[in-house]
Design a protein around this ligand. Structure first.
Ligand code: F6P
Length: 343
């Protein structure tokens, strides 16, 4: 039988998946809260790849190491896609790298894939350390003192696509970025009486498209959560835009989420929307794909304080419930919450 896990003496923090503004604020909060709780805090660079590689990529940090990063976009720790972590061999190396440093608590700031991957790592942990003992890579005593991996996750993603939190880290900043860009398009579109079709990111989630459409007063928005009837939506969209022209609107804005589809599952692309507006309404149309501009730049005030609160709560979770079920720290109804990561 496994003994009750002790309060951890150290933790490691990493960022993984697509970068998101506010990740740095979360890292800073985890590091400083961890140090304040008397833990040794390790920062892992280049995401899950850093766990597999070990060496200089898992380094002990102090408070100064996370100074001056609160306002910076992206992630100062770096992030990377890691094929090796998807293999058992890679995860075994990651376990060894952690145990060698006396780490058995991990705070991960990442998207769906990263959190799912690290949860598998947590589930396999007891077997991985048994394998490491069998291979003489760690001692039995090292294995005995790190029987379980404590895992706490925070969602870092501009997509706002995760159950368990009303807002993901970076979504608010991306929404501001998109809104500013569309405001800029507004003046040129209006001057030329043009129609603009704007493609926004979000993978399979329409949050950024829908909220930016509301925030900018767009005429039409296409999102994956509400797939329109195939063969009918073009007509409905054209009627709405036409009605706008009738009452003197000088511009049209159509926002297309990158994951937009019709009810048959056919992708709805910005280029297709452009063609429809040209063919059916004889509009002068331009397509703007905002691309990675949406993900870059300084975090909004909301993302800074959200991430700070989440980072603090993540360490609290590590300290108060070591070895427990993996938790996702999020925000619901303006309260920082903890819920099952597996859910
Ligand atoms: O998940 C965040 C996100 O920016 C999505 O909105 C987008 O589909 C994807 O990542 C782009 O990924 P990459 O940076 O690998 O091109």
């Amino acid at each position: 039988m496994l003994s009750t896990p002790q309060r951890p003496t150290s933790l490691a923090v990493l960022t993984s998946g697509g970068d998101a503004a506010g990740m740095n604020a979360a890292v800073r909060a985890v590091v400083r809260t961890g140090l304040g709780a008397g833990l040794d805090v390790f920062a892992v660079s280049e995401g899950l790849q850093g766990l597999v590689d070990g060496g200089e990529r898992i380094r002990l940090v102090d408070s100064n190491d996370v100074g001056g990063i609160l306002h910076q976009g992206g992630t100062v720790l770096g992030t990377a896609r890691c094929a090796e972590f998807r293999t058992r061999e890679g995860r075994r190396r990651a376990a060894r790298n952690l145990i060698e440093r006396g780490i058995d608590a991990l705070v991960v700031i990442g998207g769906d894939g990263s959190l799912t991957g690290t949860n598998l790592f947590r589930e396999e942990w007891p077997e991985l350390i048994t394998e490491l003992v069998d291979r003489d890579e760690i001692t039995q005593a090292m294995a005995d003192s790190h029987r379980r991996l404590t895992l706490v996750g925070m969602v870092g993603s501009i997509d706002n696509d995760m159950f368990g939190t009303d807002m993901t880290i970076g979504a608010d900043t991306a929404l501001h970025r998109i809104t500013e860009a569309i405001d800029a398009i507004h003046s040129t579109a209006s001057s030329h009486q043009r129609s603009f079709v704007i493609e926004v990111m979000g993978r399979n989630c329409g949050y950024l498209a829908l909220m930016s459409a509301v925030a900018t007063g767009a005429n039409w928005v296409l999102i994956p959560e509400r797939p329109p009837e195939a063969d009918e939506w073009e007509q409905a969209m054209c009627a709405a835009l036409d009605a706008g022209r009738e009452i003197g609107r000088r511009l049209n804005l159509v926002i297309v989420a990158e994951g937009a589809r019709d009810r048959r599952g056919n992708p709805i692309t910005a280029d297709h929307v452009k063609q429809v507006l040209m063919d059916r309404l004889d509009e002068d149309v331009r397509v703007t794909s905002l691309g990675h501009v949406q993900r870059g730049g300084a975090p909004s005030a909301f993302d800074r304080y959200l991430s700070t609160g989440l980072g603090y709560a993540a360490v609290e979770q590590v300290v108060t419930a070591p070895g427990g079920d993996p938790q996702l720290i999020g925000i619901r109804g303006h309260q920082i919450t903890s819920s099952s990561l597996v859910d």
